[in-house]
Design a protein. Structure first.
Length: 484
């Protein structure tokens, strides 16, 4: 075979490879949806429970590192009342009592109710617990299910929701999620959008708490902070950041040796989940940087094979909305994500859906000119699920040319589910509100980056047909010089 035909063959092989693995899809789906306006306060979605000082806005989150505790939170409007939780594994018999605390805050002219947080710990795995809060005739009862013990093959279903807000689209997202069988929500930031109201009206934080109660009182929501949760209003004399968010939404940050509720980690079933704050210092030598460096070293993929990172601002985003806002954090943390073989990074912020291929852009070199994302088997998949349905509406404008790192993108409302099956396989599905789970949208099977890649590396060595990875990447760059 002559040199020319060899090169032609190589070219064809590469084009096939690239077409196979690296061709993205921009969905042309057109949705039918409600206008992006908030649900009126007197709507039944925000109903205040009957009776004097009845507990409302009930929500739970994981309370420790490994899933044997929950933090139960709620609000009482008229007086503090009690911060106790009665609970037990037998329905209607609440054998145990845990003692919580309450707090309250003002925000300009808004005065919050009494916000209760109660840690319930020492729970058994895989157990349904019933709990009761409040007193007398206005006491309310709920339940939750503890996760299986930490185990590499423990199956578990996570839902991923972002940028929810409180419109009819938000309600549709919530109700679609509740039909999926998801066991815990990974929430990627921007909760109530109360900051869209005059004086960041706290009344809309309260209504949001009531909106999500039908899910959040029964299963943990793992919180990530977004820009709409900052509530920084120096013009109103409100100069602290995340004041309503941090009063209302507790996180188990102490259990992972974090110094702030805004970044922390939890382990649940077969997953190690790391929550980062896009709006807190993260450059080298900051508390978040030190903490993440330490936490990543502690991840044990033999016990929790699925390594998942949550943040608000996406690092890979080809939408015109918030373009490049994730670059600073990418420059600082991306090489760690590749080194530790993070499986998936979930983000929100952009009000649309997008999924990347496994790519990295960590070889930046001012001398050689390397500056483009390249296919990288060790890199995470980046998924943006900022499409919960808030009042700002959808981010409809994607870059005209879909970058090669982008696998699927669509401006519709929805949420995702991630079903961890065992140490090697997980089923991932993006669910568009308009048709829920019944119509195929974006779905893939994840092969675990730790367990599956060990096997893949061995088999690659045995029957290698393609040129080495490095030269493939070089060729790929030659063929597709403009990636971004
Ligand atoms: C919290 O509630 C107590 C008791 O009602 C009240 O005295 C205090 O002023 C409130 N604090 C804030 C910050 O509103
Ligand atoms: C950057 O690229 C130049 C030229 O290819 C190379 O000599 C140098 O070692 C690279 N620097 C790093 C830190 O990789
Ligand atoms: C893991 O789950 C996948 C998908 O359900 C299945 O095909 C595979 O055989 C399982 N592997 C093990 C080791 O159980
Ligand atoms: Fe945002």
């Amino acid at each position: 075979m002559g040199l020319c035909s060899s090169l032609l063959l190589l070219y064809m092989v590469l084009v096939c490879f690239v077409n196979d693995v690296l061709s993205g899809r921009t969905s042309s789906f057109t949705r039918s949806e409600w206008p992006s306006t908030d649900i009126p306060l007197d709507n039944e979605a925000f109903v205040v429970p009957d009776g004097y000082n009845a507990p409302q806005q009930v929500h739970i989150t994981q309370g420790d590192y490994d899933g044997k505790a929950v933090i139960i939170s709620w609000v009482t409007e008229s007086e503090p009342g009690t911060s106790e939780v009665w609970y037990g594994a037998v329905e209607h018999e609440f054998e145990h009592k845990a003692e919580g605390k309450n707090t309250n805050y003002t925000f300009y002219n808004y005065k919050s109710g009494y916000i209760h947080h109660c840690l319930v710990d020492g729970l058994e795995y895989n157990t349904k617990y019933y709990y009761r809060i409040g007193t007398g005739a206005t006491a309310r009862e709920f339940w939750f299910q503890t996760p299986p013990e930490i185990d590499p093959d423990a199956p578990y279903i996570f839902g991923i929701i972002g940028d929810l807000g409180q419109t009819f689209n938000s309600l549709s997202t919530l109700e679609h999620y509740m039909q999926t069988g998801g066991q815990t929500v990974l929430f990627v930031g921007d909760l109530s959008y109360a900051d869209r109201y005059e004086y960041n009206d706290g009344v809309r934080w309260d209504s949001w708490g009531r909106l999500i109660e039908k899910s959040a009182a029964y299963q943990p929501w793992i919180w990530t902070a977004g820009n709409h949760d900052i509530d920084f209003r120096p013009d109103l004399g409100e100069v602290s950041t995340f004041k309503p968010y941090m009063h209302r939404f507790a996180t188990p940050y102490v259990a992972s040796q974090s110094s702030s509720p805004l970044w922390y980690a939890v382990r649940r079933a077969s997953a190690h989940i790391i929550v980062l704050s896009s709006y807190s210092p993260f450059v080298k030598y900051t508390p978040q940087w030190f903490w993440l460096r330490g936490e990543l070293k502690q991840v044990n993929r033999e016990k929790t094979p699925w390594l998942i990172v949550l943040m608000h601002v996406p690092m890979y985003n080809s939408n015109e909305a918030h373009y490049m806002e994730g670059e600073a954090m990418r420059a600082v943390f991306e090489s760690w994500f590749v080194h530790y073989k993070v499986d998936i990074v979930f983000a929100g912020h952009v009000h649309a859906y997008e999924r990347s291929y496994r790519v990295s852009n960590i070889n930046y070199n001012i001398t050689s000119g390397n500056r483009y994302p390249v296919p990288d088997k060790s890199a995470p998949v980046y998924i943006t699920v900022g499409d919960g349905g808030n009042q700002e509406g959808l981010a409809e404008r994607f870059s005209k040319l879909q970058p090669d790192y982008s696998a699927y993108r669509e401006a519709s409302y929805g949420h995702s589910t991630l079903e961890l099956k065992n140490r090697t396989h997980a089923l991932y599905h993006w669910n568009r509100n308009d048709d829920g789970k019944h119509v195929p949208t974006d779905h893939i099977i994840f092969h675990n980056q730790y367990w599956a890649s060990n096997r893949r590396r061995r088999s690659l060595k045995k029957h290698r047909k393609f040129p080495g990875h490095a030269s493939l990447i070089a060729k790929y760059e030659e063929l597709f010089p403009v990636l971004v």
